[in-house]
Design a protein around this ligand. Structure first.
Ligand code: ZN
Ligand code: ZN
Length: 387
């Protein structure tokens, strides 16, 4: 079951949809034009039901197979949002919105799932129901969580759910996957450091917050190197060090540190949270100051379920003739929320030799469209075969 001929026929049409989405990127939950475009197309394809406004701006389409003996429902999910990046591709269909760009290829994901929906509406050669899920706010907004909170899995009786992301640096249209933990939990922290401000020439009369907070930043690096099990993955990054003053001669009274913690298992996640808090408060008191840690849980670890991963691996192998084991990714993916509620799996499709995602020169590779669409459609036709 290689790439379906129908997707070779539809390739130009799907590419045109993708480039239209690329030209009109939208951020987070403000995916109004994108969602309206998706809903309009799903209705035109002949979906049995199309619901808008799930998880604020998410769209859900229902496609019933020609048989309904199995009673089974499979969800296929794509993300729709763009990033706050100034595009630097020089493409004829580059972003028309200054400072907003489809730099993660969600335009391609949405277009590929629309292509699969069109094909499945035409053919309906399966026994059960396919639910196509288009979510907003993958890039840090938790749109997947909001759709789940709106009852996505129960309202549409979804039994299994699958997701896909393009990946630069992997051969175009090739597939990469791994069972178990795949993408990291992405927690964030903000630390309010307090000391005693004063004249920079009289540090002896101050509690210097910048020296104190600098030691904190360095000590945080011992969490990964000295506290965590060395065979487990952990990243602690301080990304912002902000004082209240820009003066050359003032020791600030207060410093704010911000950063992120990335982990792939609950024990390491708990350890990092505990040690970060201990190091912050004890370092502050050692220097005569104080620290308040606000530790915020982000996306959970995205875990691919074993059997569904094996199943979609076979589908991927039949589509592209090749399948590689994907590397662990310390980035986050809010499809994790859907995989916490239902069994399923997430796969990477190669984007070829392009700039990395989130880079101003990145572009989704339209040559991956037939492989991506075929993978979606084959999941439905193989998992719920019609008699
Ligand atoms: Zn991204
Ligand atoms: Zn992405």
């Amino acid at each position: 079951m290689p790439i379906k001929n129908r997707f070779a026929e539809l390739h130009d049409e799907i590419t045109a949809w993708r480039r239209d989405l690329h030209e009109h990127p939208e951020l987070m939950f403000d995916t109004h034009r994108t969602a309206a475009t998706v809903a309009e197309k799903l209705r035109a394809f002949g979906c049995d039901d199309v619901t808008e406004g799930i998880g604020r701006t998410g769209v859900v389409g229902v496609i019933k197979g020609k048989q309904s003996v199995s009673g089974k429902t499979i969800g296929l999910r794509a993300d729709m949002d763009a990033l706050p990046i100034f595009e630097d591709t020089g493409l004829p269909y580059a972003s028309k919105t200054e400072g907003v760009m489809h730099a993660c290829g969600h335009d391609g994901h949405t277009a590929m799932l629309l292509g699969a929906a069109k094909y499945l509406c035409e053919t309906r050669h399966f026994d059960g129901t396919c639910v196509v899920i288009f979510q907003p706010a993958e890039e840090g907004g938790g749109g997947g969580r909001e759709m789940c909170d709106d009852g996505l899995m129960t309202r549409w009786n979804i039994d299994e759910v699958y997701g896909m992301h393009n990946w630069p640096g992997m051969p175009t249209g090739s597939f990469h996957i791994r069972p178990g933990p795949f993408f990291a939990a992405t927690d964030t922290f903000e630390i309010d450091v307090r000391g005693l401000g004063g004249h920079a020439a009289k540090p002896n009369e101050t509690v210097d917050t910048t020296v104190l907070a600098s030691n904190m930043v360095l000590a945080f690096q011992s969490i990964a190197s000295r506290n965590a099990d060395p065979v487990k993955q952990l990243v602690v990054s301080v990304t912002s060090f902000e004082t209240e003053s820009k003066a050359f001669n003032v020791i600030p009274e207060q410093v704010t540190l911000r950063g992120t913690v990335r982990t792939l298992d609950p024990d390491t996640r708990d350890l990092a949270r505990r040690r970060l808090t201990e190091i912050a408060t004890h370092t502050a008191s050692a220097y005569g100051g104080s620290a308040t840690v606000n530790y915020m849980d982000g996306y959970p670890v995205m875990v691919n379920h074993e059997e569904p991963t094996e199943f979609v691996s076979d589908v991927a192998r039949s589509v592209s003739g090749d399948l590689q084991k994907a590397p662990l990714v310390m980035g986050g993916e809010d499809f994790a929320f859907m995989l916490e509620e239902r069994p399923g799996a997430y796969i990477l499709v190669g984007n070829g030799d392009t700039a990395m995602v989130h880079h101003p020169k990145y572009n989704f590779n339209d040559d991956a469209i037939p492989a991506g669409c075929s993978w979606w459609a084959d999941i439905i036709e193989t998992r719920m075969p019609a008699a």
